[in-house]
Design a binder for this molecule. Structure first.
Ligand SMILES: NC(=O)c1ccc[n+]([C@@H]2O[C@H](COP(=O)([O-])OP(=O)(O)OC[C@H]3O[C@@H](n4cnc5c(N)ncnc54)[C@H](OP(=O)(O)O)[C@@H]3O)[C@@H](O)[C@H]2O)c1
Length: 685
């Protein structure tokens, strides 16, 4: 347990407030740490420290009053020092968290490393590349961990942007624009001198640079740069406004602007826009600690820009997560230095920008091997994770909300907004032969900005006129051809019972309505549907053969009763992985849902919003108001909270986004019960 003191074995109170921090590692031991620097950012690091694996043993600041005030606000009565040397001599805390002013970062980190302490430093790591690299080398040579802020590449909005990027939505990314309009620091900081001394590059620009370097690797050279003395009367040694064009070794050319002059309330604050051959991604705030609904938006395939909401409930990160994560890694025997290497490279980029601005020409960015940053190769967060706390052993991992592609709406035909759904980030599409628009989705998937096939879950459904021998396989192959894929992720019977076959169903939406209806609704002289004598189990055997041939990765069934499903599960060689039924508060289907969940079968709720009167039901409206959401979101969140995946459909881009964002909300037990109490055993459409 190198250098780490096991102070106590405990599990601090798991309040909701700190749940996000806890989720990252098992807190079994507390690690002593010392804060060096007790200014504004130190208060941010103190926030939530009790919920982590850290114990603040000491606080040091040259200003005793500040150190004492911070220590008084901290749990556990930390000791107070005014000199780092004195602290290091008296305290054995293995981790120093360096929260000093910019210029003091490198000397304080160097002193702490020399004293054999692991270090987590606020940004920037240093103010010149040689010192930054020397720190990384010292940490390496002494076998110590060295971490550097910001932690934002790990935060939800930024990781979500990275997931969409990795999805292939943008094609090759060739250009980007990055802004860090820090604003007039003397307006918003009580001690602005430290900022003014270093300039906006070493401060605000570090946020977009950290992301870009994490995603694309090192910057090869600064093509051009300009420093503008845009702030009359401001005498700081470094210019308050910098524009530069950076060329990544294996990535885009980036136009970077960092400014103390441009107001931080201007339209662009910390925005980053990536432009690829097939689309554009905009991340509104590279420094955000939480993912707002509209934090990321995507534009692809010639369509309008669409917000791509993060699919999980809001999780606000805390600054303290950086050092807490470092301490946890050290405790596991690791000596992480990746964020410090990235920090050292960013210092080298800033220095090269300054040189380019002075020389008026291009300047290569030289980063010694020890400080070469690595790409952020961590796996993207699972977009398809089942809802928290309801993980179902062995069950399919699916996104919390899917998109319904049906064209039928109150006896009419409409066109669901599938393009907006793809842009917004839906990854589960409920398609069907009957909907007749598989070819449209196929075009979108194949077209510019289409996501990587593996990131999309395609659910297909043969219509009930195609249950017979031969018909089922032809239906499946026809649908796959229209979608342009080799296999369905799940192929599910649209209905358990069969109707008479009236012909193949291809691109139905392109046929005259009369013809569509003749093919799909075979009616006898009495006007009733003409049934076909295919028992559910026989049809299931045919479906299993499609699975055996690799045309469907899993199988499913829709619109079943519990006795039908139980009979099927008993007899099936390939059991259903999902069941799709109409489900909303008027029809909660609790027994069926529980039965499925107990067996690891995922349940999809079709028609989750369209029950007549549901969205204007006074109880739904009241729950929605109490929860601070709109009625449609409340109804969808009711399904999501139960671990059921709603598949709403919409023709309206705003609704498409709002419905996906419903996955970010969980209802409490009282709200769930109020909605479930709306159950109406006589409900019929
Ligand atoms: N397996 C089956 O037998 C079966 C049967 C039926 C349905 N389904 C599946 O379930 C999917 C959804 O069912 P559905 O088509 O009946 O539709 P639905 O999703 O239950 O409701 C759609 C209706 O709600 C409106 N809407 C959607 N989002 C809204 C929002 N945020 N605020 C206000 N209004 C909103 C839509 O209007 P706008 O267009 O203006 O948004 C539309 O009128 C289908 O597309 C299909 O994939 C399967």
């Amino acid at each position: 347990m190198f250098g780490l003191e096991r102070l106590q074995v405990d599990r601090p109170g798991t309040s909701r407030r700190h749940a996000g921090v806890f989720a990252l590692w098992a807190v079994t031991t507390r690690v002593d740490c010392a804060f060096v620097g007790a200014g504004a950012v130190a208060s941010e690091y103190l926030d939530g420290i009790e919920g982590t694996n850290l114990r603040l043993a000491a606080v040091c600041d040259t200003d005793r009053e500040r150190a004492t005030a911070l220590a008084a606000a901290a749990p556990g009565d930390p000791a107070v020092y005014t000199a780092v040397d004195a602290l290091l001599a008296a305290e054995s805390a293995p981790l120093v968290i360096n929260l000093t002013s910019h210029a003091a970062h490198a000397p304080v980190s160097g002193t702490a490393l020399d004293a054999g302490r692991h270090v987590f430093s606020e940004k920037p790591l240093a103010l010149d590349p040689e010192r930054a690299t020397a720190l990384v080398e010292t940490a390496r040579d002494r076998g110590l961990a060295l971490g550097c802020a910001p932690i934002t590449p790990r935060c939800d909005a930024q990781r979500h942007a990275r997931t969409l990027l990795a999805d292939g939505r943008l094609g090759e990314v060739r250009l980007a624009t990055a802004t860090a309009n820090v604003g007039r620091v003397d307006e918003w900081h009580d001690r602005p001198d430290s900022f003014l001394d270093v300039g906006p590059l070493y401060d605000g620009a570090v946020y977009p640079l950290s992301l870009l370097v994490a995603w694309f690797g090192p910057v090869a050279r600064v093509r051009s740069a300009d420093a503008v003395d845009a702030w009359p009367g401001e005498q700081s040694p470094r210019t308050p406004h910098v524009e530069a064009t950076l060329e990544f070794a294996d990535g885009p050319v980036v136009a970077l602007r960092a400014s103390f002059y441009v107001d931080h309330r201007s339209r662009e604050f910390y925005g980053l826009e990536l432009h690829g051959d097939d689309g554009t991604l905009y991340l509104r705030d590279t420094g955000a600690l939480a993912a707002d609904r509209d934090a990321v938006s995507v534009r692809g395939g010639g369509r309008e820009s669409t917000p791509a909401p993060h699919p999980q409930p809001r999780r606000e990160r805390r600054y303290v997560e950086g050092p807490a994560r470092l301490a946890a890694a050290v405790e596991r025997g690791g000596r992480p230095r990746a964020t410090a290497r990235r920090g050292a490279h960013i210092v080298a980029v800033c220095a090269a920008v300054e040189r380019a601005a002075e020389s008026g020409g291009a300047v290569p960015v030289e980063t010694p091997t020890a400080a070469t940053p690595s790409l952020d190769s961590r796996a993207a967060p699972p977009a398809a994770a089942p809802p928290e706390g309801r993980s179902q052993r062995g069950a399919l991992r699916l996104p919390p909300v899917g998109f319904g592609c049906s064209r039928y709406r109150d006896g009419d035909y409409v066109e669901p907004a599938m393009g907006a759904a793809l842009d917004a980030g839906y990854r589960l599409f409920d398609t069907a032969e009957l909907y007749g628009n598989e070819w449209r989705l196929g075009d979108l998937l194949e077209g510019p900005g289409g996501p990587d096939r593996e990131s999309v879950f395609l659910l297909g459904k043969p219509w009930r006129t195609n249950h017979g021998p031969g018909h089922l396989e032809r239906a499946c192959r026809g649908s796959l051809a229209e979608l342009g894929v080799d296999a369905f992720d799940c192929y599910a019977l649209h209905w358990p019972d069969a109707w008479a076959h009236r012909g193949e169903l291809r691109s139905l939406s392109r046929l005259p309505v009369d013809e569509q209806e003749r093919l799909t609704f075979p009616t006898g002289p009495d006007g009733d549907p003409v049934r076909a004598d295919h028992d559910l189990l026989d049809t299931w055997r045919r479906l299993e053969r499609l699975h055996d041939r690799g045309l469907a990765r899993t199988l499913g069934v829709c619109n079943v009763t519990l006795p039908q499903l139980a009979r099927l599960v008993d007899a099936a060689r390939v059991p259903p992985a999902l069941v799709q039924v109409e489900r909303h508060p008027y029809r909660p289907r609790e027994r069926l849902v529980d039965w499925c969940h107990e067996r690891g079968i995922r349940v999809l709720a079709h028609s989750p919003l369209s029950a007549p009167g549901l969205r204007s039901d006074p109880v739904v409206e009241s729950v929605a108001e109490d929860t601070g959401v709109d009625p449609a979101t409340a109804v969808l969140a009711w399904n999501v909270t139960h671990g059921v995946i709603p598949i709403p459909s919409s023709t309206t881009a705003d609704h498409v986004v709002a419905n996906l964002a419903a996955a970010r909300h969980r209802l409490d037990d009282a709200a769930l019960a109020r909605l479930t109490d709306l159950a109406d055993p006589d409900f019929e459409r």
